[in-house]
Design a protein around this ligand. Sequence first.
Ligand SMILES: [Zn+2]
Length: 114
Amino acid sequence: MNTRSRSYDTDTIDSVLLGYIAGYSQRNISTITKIPRTTIREWIYDLKKGRIATPGSIEHAHYWVIEYSTEEVVEGICKICFQTRKFLNRIEDNNPWMTREEKEEGLWKNTLVK
Ligand SMILES: [Zn+2]
């Protein structure tokens, strides 16, 4: 591990590398994890050079990131392990008492497609 990466914990680095292994672009990983692309690029480089071990599984509760959409079924990406899962988009768009954030939060909490 080089010195530039030390401000992040192992799980964070593993998470980014899981995203890379799952086939996400550095730009996508950066958007999901909020980690700068230059840092992500360093970690991937170190992984290829064998300076970082291939990540195993990370113990966590999935944290689904779902883009706001009007589609009936939407895809969520876990920002920790980069698994994807489909969710039913049942939130009423015309409910004036819910903010957009509440609607998005409601999606991943309540409507997992079985
Ligand atoms: Zn996960």
